[in-house]
Design a protein around this ligand. Structure first.
Ligand code: IVH
Length: 677
């Protein structure tokens, strides 16, 4: 094969995988395999620089920074959309379209998500991307070609993946929306937070800011994607008849088209779409601010025409905003179950994401510092889906003169103990424990009763607060000692609800091992970890006495989590609380070993030296699944030592004590025998 052929083949293959990954969201190979192909192309091109073209997949990493964006005049103005927000308004629009057309014409619509990103126009000449521009004021935009080229979902060359695709026009302008997927936005912000940088306010700002970078190498690092949603203009023989036909051609040429777009035959079908898309809004993976309904026939579109920069043939149905601005009236400090102090924004009530919001979490003091928030500030509040409301940004230009800084109190608002702020931790904590701090106790008990823990039906936060405040409940076991007399005295508690609560408490006594571990509310032990712990240790006594090493071998448990668990169970109060709960009748079935049997139950193993087929942690985890305890040092109680090359003192000691030693190969045989992989 000649170099030319090899290059062409490799380029085609890479384009194919790029298309599968970015356009179809359906990759066929692992990222690492893709990287191998890509590196091969880079090497081949480096050896033959004269063969590198502008359309090569390697030419997407960004270029030297520009000093400014050139402005470009759109050959055809980029319009905006008329909006509506009720079923009636949408019906009126459909009627207006009908009235302007001949009475016997049939009228079909396309329904699409209104992507919340940045509108762009891409020009393709003979299939090659030659320019990307922003909408600007609709007449003139900015040339962002270098930035657009870095976006994986934007093909540099059309038709590279489908030889049967229709002929590509000589020149055409493709319009669409560049956006930041929600997952990418969240990952980007998580990293920004870790590095102490300002997070992006929302995915839309994220997309806009990324496209505004003069240094396209920075754009290349941002998670951006694109949906193409209309044809601007076209030179050549292609004369599409419907909008749907345009989208089908786009897709065949390798452009990314939204998969939620459908045809609707009448107003009812449009309305069903608008309603169902709203229900799916939070699970799409990208933000939308509405639905767009368009007349499907391009001839009808032409005849309907435009009014002042808005087409008559399309309308946007706007969904409720997920962001709103309001005023920060104050900051309260809440004490969590583990003593963590959380600043909570007290807001001027504002309607956002479909509900009225008057509180929003500020997470911790680092977040307060990053936002630079002051009491009196105008803030942007976000509530997307069911996610708790967040303060996304501060609008500093609206800051009043007397705005006050937010200060962390020195003492716990609940118990008055000192608040400590350990340097490398983001959270500040009440220095007292739950036995002294009533707020921690209350929160711990709420957690205990919660749905994923003991699931005590009807025992909500308000009721728990009353129970603790009136001194009826101090520790979890007290719940199970409540009498009807004690309950009927409470506010809003009749005889019937008292009976119901007692019955619910009785039912909750029969729980599962995993739920019980979770209900204990150990720091760093979430639901998954709790269930992993329950899987790894046959019973609670074994878990309570587990060593740091053995704990660390449980999936999800690292040194910090293991230390927290040790800390929890070394506190006699906690051990007593567990005992008391068992005494009042909390119980669970000992899990039946449905998975792997535990042939090594009761044995203590020690790993030493280097292992080759797996890491020591992996070996540990595997031995634990077989029921063994894995200890860090050899003693007379050790049953078996696994020694790899370079084993040192532990091996010597094992030999001295006469403890059986096996090598890694023997361990692998053992694991295979028990079907642990
Ligand atoms: S069609 C003349 N379709 O909404 C019609 N626009 O308010 C031009 N947008 O600037 C646009 N998703 O940024 C169309 N599926 C979609 C869209 C969409 C988002 C944006 C676009 C445009 C704005 C109009």
């Amino acid at each position: 094969m000649s170099v030319n052929e090899e290059l062409a083949q490799l380029t085609d293959l890479i384009r194919y995988h790029l298309h599968r990954y970015h356009v179809l969201d359906d990759p066929e190979i692992a990222d690492a395999e893709y990287d191998v192909l890509f590196d091969k192309l880079v090497a081949l091109e480096a050896a033959h620089p004269e063969l590198v073209t502008q359309q090569s997949p390697t030419q997407r990493v960004g270029e030297a920074p520009l000093s400014e964006f050139a402005s470009v005049r759109h050959e055809l103005a980029m319009l905006s959309l008329d909006k509506c927000a009720t079923e009636q308004e949408l019906t009126d629009w459909v009627e207006r379209c009908k009235n302007r057309l001949e009475s016997d014409e049939s009228l079909t619509f396309t329904c699409e998500p209104k992507i919340d990103g940045v509108a762009v126009a891409l020009i393709y000449e003979n299939g090659a991307l030659v320019r990307g521009a922003t909408r600007g004021d609709g007449q003139t935009g900015e040339d962002i070609t270098a930035n657009v080229r870095t976006i994986g979902a934007v093909p540099l060359l059309l038709g590279a993946n489908d030889s049967s695709a229709k002929e590509i026009p000589e020149r055409m302008e493709v319009r669409g929306e560049i956006y930041m997927p929600v997952a990418g936005f969240e990952a980007f912000n998580e990293q920004a937070r870790q590095q102490g940088e300002k997070p992006l306010v929302n995915p839309r700002n994220g997309a806009a800011g990324s496209l505004r970078q003069l240094d396209s190498r920075l754009t290349a690092e941002r998670p951006l994607s694109m949906f193409c949603y209309s044809l601007g203009w076209v030179d050549g023989s292609w004369q599409p008849e419907t909008h749907m036909e345009v989208l089908e051609h786009f897709q065949a040429w390798g452009l990314r088209v939204n998969q939620q777009i459908t045809l609707a035959e009448d107003m009812d079908a449009c309305w069903r779409y608008v309603s169902s898309l709203l229900e799916r809004r939070d699970s799409l993976g990208y933000e939308i601010d509405g639905a767009v309904i368009k007349v499907n026939s391009l001839d009808q579109q032409r005849r309907l025409g435009n009014v002042t920069r808005k087409p008559r043939w399309a309308i946007a149905y706007k969904y409720p905003a997920e962001e709103a601005t309001t005023i920060l009236r104050g900051v309260e400090f809440q004490v969590g179950r583990t003593g963590a102090i959380t600043p909570v924004a007290k807001l001027e009530p504002v309607f956002v994401g479909g509900v009225t919001v008057s509180n929003a979490t500020l997470h911790n003091m680092d977040e307060v510092a990053r936002l630079g928030i002051r009491i009196g500030d105008t803030v942007m509040v976000r509530r997307a889906g069911d996610v708790i409301p967040q303060v996304a940004a501060v609008i500093e230009s609206k800051r009043p003169k007397r705005a006050r800084k937010v200060k962390l109190p020195e003492n716990c608002p609940a118990c008055g103990s000192a608040i400590v702020h350990i340097d490398d931790e983001a959270v500040a904590r009440c220095s007292a424990g739950p036995n002294y701090c009533s707020a921690q106790r209350k929160e711990g008990l709420k957690h205990f009763a919660s749905r994923l823990a003991m699931d005590i039906e009807g025992l909500g936060d308000k009721l728990m607060e009353q129970l603790v405040e009136t001194g009826r409940v101090n520790r979890a076991a007290d719940l199970y000692r409540l009498t009807k007399d004690e309950l009927v005295d409470l506010e809003r508690m009749g005889s019937k609800s008292a009976d119901n609560l007692l019955a619910a408490l009785e039912t909750s006594k029969k729980t599962t091992y995993g739920r019980f571990v979770y209900a204990l509310g150990m720091r760093e032990v979430g639901e998954t970890t709790a269930h992993n712990l329950a899987d790894a240790f046959i019973d609670l006594d074994e878990l309570m006495d587990a060593s740091q090493d053995v704990l660390e071998a449980v999936p999800d448990v690292g040194p910090v989590v293991a230390a927290r668990i040790r800390e929890f169970f070394s506190d006699p109060d906690n051990r007593n609380a567990v005992m008391e709960l068992r005494e009042v009748g909390v119980k669970w079935d000992t899990p039946v070993q449905t998975g792997v049997p535990k042939p090594l139950r009761g044995q203590t193993w020690v790993l030493t030296g280097k292992l080759e087929a797996m890491s020591r942690d992996e070996a540990k985890a595997k031995l634990i699944t077989l029921g063994a305890k894995v200890a860090g040092s050899v003693s007379a109680k050790t049953h078996q030592v696994v020694a790899g090359p370079a084993a040192g003192s532990k091996l010597t000691k094992a030999e001295e004590l006469g403890i059986p030693v096996m090598d890694e190969a023997a361990l692998l045989v053992l694991l295979a025998e028990h079907e642990v992989d």
